[in-house]
Design a binder for this molecule. Structure first.
Ligand SMILES: [Fe+2]
Ligand SMILES: [Fe+2]
Length: 286
């Protein structure tokens, strides 16, 4: 298989001190951390931002390491001797631990880490992204996952559904093209508010058309609730061009990518008819 093929459902609770607080959701993927094309400067900036934004929460969408693509991985696992596999696993563990050490500023604020198509599968069945999630003390989300994100403040709460898939590279030739597949993914489930894909190394957030839901209020009357879906491409930390190096991105003639990770900001507010509601919008990590 190209990825773990695993789908998960989970919940994540965020305790918010005050209704005045702005909460950030950072969706990141495609670090390709051990590739010569990995952009260390952008990654350091990301970690610095994480360290200095304590109200930020993070979710990973795969390809943290470059390691092996699916076909290469399958061939190695088929033809390598047990001691050679042992050597690869040792190296992979060491790399994963080094990456986990760098990611320390995110610890305790990770909704989870999803899986991509790059990486290593250990002989005990675990993927390197799964091992990374264990090291970070968060949930391994698999390749496709829905997280029910609950924001709780002073005994009241509101929530939204976050739905991610590692994705597949597609139409990336126009600014809007990469979002088509994400919007289509959003039709799989009712009421998912944030839908994300990685893999094509595009970064951005597209605000969808508002949707309406009819729901019963506390008093039993019917209420119309509006929510706006957001379609997200979870970015990359892998450059497309490095002179005098050999790389599949050069061979495939990939275009340039916008490095970094997209961010949503959100804030709770009180309504008279229906308790807490959530306002959401794009934020730029600069
Ligand atoms: Fe990738
Ligand atoms: Fe990928």
């Amino acid at each position: 298989m190209r990825t773990s093929g695993l789908m998960t459902l989970s919940s994540y609770k965020i305790d918010v001190k005050s209704l005045k607080d702005v909460i950030y959701l950072v969706m990141f993927s495609d670090l390709h951390w051990d590739s010569p094309q990995f952009c260390d400067d952008e990654w350091r900036e990301f970690l610095y931002w994480a360290k200095h934004h304590r109200n930020a929460y993070f979710v990973g969408n795969g390809d943290y390491q470059d390691t092996f693509r699916a076909t290469t991985r399958d061939n190695i696992q088929r033809f390598a001797e047990p001691e050679e596999l042992g050597m690869i696993e040792e190296t992979s563990l060491r790399h994963t631990q080094k990456l986990a050490d760098q990611m320390k500023p995110l610890k305790g604020r990770l909704l989870g880490l999803g899986d991509g198509n790059h990486g290593w599968r250990f002989r005990d069945g675990r993927w390197d992204s799964e091992v990374l999630a264990q090291m970070m003390g968060c949930k391994f989300l698999g390749v496709k996952s829905i997280v029910n994100v609950q924001l709780c403040c002073q005994g009241q709460y509101t929530s939204f559904l976050y739905y991610q898939h590692h994705g597949r590279s597609g139409n990336t030739s126009t600014a809007g093209g990469p979002f088509n597949a994400v919007e289509k993914q959003g039709r799989h489930f009712d009421s998912v508010q944030v839908v994300a894909q990685g893999d094509d190394h595009n970064k951005g957030i597209l605000r969808g058309k508002p949707r309406l839901r009819v729901v019963p209020s506390k008093s039993g009357d019917l209420l119309i609730k509006e929510y706006t879906p957001f379609y997200v491409r979870t970015g990359s930390f892998r450059k497309g061009f490095v002179p005098d190096t050999v790389d599949y991105a050069h061979e495939a003639n990939y275009g340039p990518v916008s490095l970094g990770a997209p961010v949503l900001q959100m804030k709770m507010y009180k309504t008279q008819e229906d308790g807490l509601r959530l306002k959401m919008g794009e934020h730029s990590m600069i």
